[in-house]
Design a protein around this ligand. Structure first.
Ligand SMILES: NC(=O)C1=CN([C@@H]2O[C@H](COP(=O)(O)OP(=O)(O)OC[C@H]3O[C@@H](n4cnc5c(N)ncnc54)[C@H](OP(=O)(O)O)[C@@H]3O)[C@@H](O)[C@H]2O)[C@@H](O)CC1
Ligand SMILES: Nc1ncnc2c1ncn2[C@@H]1O[C@H](COP(=O)(O)OP(=O)(O)O)[C@@H](O)[C@H]1O
Ligand SMILES: [K+]
Length: 486
């Protein structure tokens, strides 16, 4: 897992580390890493045109020192100082010593633009002067490559919110550790590719990380391995109570998701039985949950409806002592609080899988700018693991741990993909994974499947279910456990 820390924790670690080092050491380390990446992005450093947007703090200092290194190697470096009186003095001196210059406006030619406007000291969206300079530097025939220093300026570093104008970077070079804005919320895609430069901070980061990001090896390790002694029941059986006469597609899609998972059998219980059997002959299907036979976990909700029969189905599932995935209409049925006693009485794990509108109905308010905090709050309140869907799906546990999925793809923004996710998640739960591990694994695989499906053209939900197979095959290959997230 790759951890991300909040600003206050980064500041505390920085202070502890700086106390043992000569002044300026950390900035030198940061600037060296930044300059190295900038040089790699330029075809040739000598003669390249580099512009630095330099703000009032140390973020601008990093940019100036990196600019000095590039200028020493022959780049034509121009610094646009957004607040000349507050620009990092020693950094500016270093740049000038290497032949760099300052200008009021971005020059006509820019190969590489370095965003040193603001880093972890940011408050609110980009200020007008910074936004205007950014506009002048980027709104031109050939947009320069943009490297953000530490974070793309204008984002909220702790939440990943983007409250106003912000930089869209191609690459972000960050120092010491990841921050939440690199991995959650609308800020994450603005960071582009994120490179973490080691400045020696890690041993001093003593607080719990704000959020954890799984990589490929984590997922490969979490997946249950088939054993030669296995038979269908030892691999776990998942029960799927989804769909209805009105929405049979949801039943087909959630069972498709479940069939791609690790369990040895999928049981379906509901009024879309005939449709499910037609689509998936290996499913054992009944009309009612009470007739379904033994399972190790239930998935309930997608396309179920919210009528009396749906409420009875939900009560039946909640009354079991089995792990349960609550999706879509099952979440809507929880809103009026009629099931609150049943929820409270449960010892077995529950995973709630809301999208933003379902979250708002359930929590009484939209997730808002801090999606991690919102998901954690609902998880604590319901004593369930919450999987809050989105580009960077969040998984939050009642005990306060949060994960951010890195594999999301906009290709998944199409009807029915959530049903596939719920089925897969149920299978992972029935396969014996802890609920948060099942949720993180399902979101990761689902995102990869969205990407895989998108390689072949426009994506519909059945394509995502089908793409889970090559994705799982790839992960199960012997070298997957050693690989890191690409
Ligand atoms: N931590 C570490 O280990 C290391 C940290 N390092 C580096 O230091 C950086 C943090 O530096 P920092 O503390 O000086 O703050 P920083 O982000 O430059 O911002 C300061 C100024 O920006 C302004 N400003 C605020 N909001 C704004 C907005 N929305 N739009 C425009 N401007 C805005 C505001 O100005 P003011 O209000 O004062 O006029 C404020 O004073 C960090 O990100 C990393 O790059 C590395 O060198 C080494 C190791
Ligand atoms: N822009 C996006 N980028 C990445 N993933 C997305 C995006 N939009 C939606 N998704 C994913 O697609 C799925 C949609 O689920 P959901 O909203 O429940 O759809 P449905 O109810 O139609 O099945 C979720 O897994 C969500 O994380
Ligand atoms: K920046």
């Amino acid at each position: 897992m790759r951890p991300a820390w909040r600003v206050a924790d980064v500041r505390a670690a920085e202070e502890a580390l700086m106390a043992r080092l000569p002044e300026g050491t950390l900035m030198q380390r940061a600037a060296a890493g930044l300059a190295r990446r900038c040089a790699l992005l330029l075809e040739q450093v000598y003669g390249a045109h580099v512009t630095l947007l330099v703000g009032a703090g140390n973020n601008g200092g990093d940019a100036l020192y990196a600019g000095a290194i590039l200028a020493r190697r022959g780049a034509a470096v121009t610094a646009v100082l957004l607040d000349p009186a507050k620009a990092h003095e020693e950094g500016l001196q270093a740049l000038r010593q290497q032949g760099g210059r300052t200008a009021d406006n971005p020059p006509a030619t820019i190969d590489l633009l370095v965003d040193g406007i603001v880093g972890i000291g940011a408050k609110g969206g980009l200020r007008d002067a910074a936004a205007a300079a950014l506009h002048k530097a980027t709104d031109r025939g050939r947009r320069p490559t943009i490297v953000a220093v530490d974070v793309p300026s204008g984002v909220d570093v702790d939440t990943g919110d983007v409250p106003g104008k912000a930089v869209q970077a191609d690459v972000t070079v960050t120092f010491g550790c990841l921050k939440p804005a690199h991995v959650v919320g609308p800020a994450a895609p603005l960071a582009g590719e994120v490179e973490l430069v080691d400045i020696g901070l890690r041993p001093w980061l003593r607080a719990d990380p704000a959020v954890l990001v799984p990589d490929r090896a984590d997922i490969a390790e979490a997946l249950p391995k088939h054993r030669p002694t296995d038979e269908k029941y030892t691999r776990g059986v998942v029960g799927v109570a989804t769909g209805s006469k009105t929405y049979p597609g949801a039943a087909i899609l959630s069972t498709a998701g479940a069939l791609a998972g690790p369990t040895g059998m999928v049981r379906y219980a509901g009024t879309a039985r005939q449709y499910v059997l037609q689509a998936h002959p290996s499913v054992i299907a009944t009309d009612r949950i009470t007739d379904a036979g033994r399972v190790q976990a239930w998935v309930i909700g997608s396309g179920l409806g919210t009528d009396a029969a749906a409420a009875t189905a939900l009560r039946t599932v909640l009354a079991t002592s089995l792990p349960v995935v609550l999706d879509a209409d099952a979440l809507n049925l929880l809103v009026d609080g009629a099931m609150a006693d049943l929820m409270r009485g449960r010892n077995a794990p529950m995973v709630l899988t809301p999208h933003d509108r379902e979250f708002a109905r359930l929590a009484g308010e939209a997730p808002g700018p801090d999606r991690v905090a919102a998901a954690l709050k609902l998880a604590a309140h319901t004593n369930a693991v919450v999987l809050l869907k989105g580009d960077r799906t969040i998984v939050a546990t009642p005990s306060g741990t949060a994960y951010a999925n890195p594999t999301g793809s906009p290709a998944l923004a199409t009807g029915g993909t959530g049903d596939v996710l719920a089925g897969l998640l149920g299978s992972l739960l029935a396969g014996g994974l802890r609920p948060e591990v099942a949720a993180v694994t399902a979101a990761y695989l689902h995102g990869l499947a969205g990407r895989e499906a998108a390689r072949h053209g426009p994506v519909a939900a059945p394509d995502v279910a089908a793409a889970l197979r090559p994705v799982l095959a790839d992960l199960a290959s012997p070298d997957a456990a050693a690989a890191t997230h690409k």
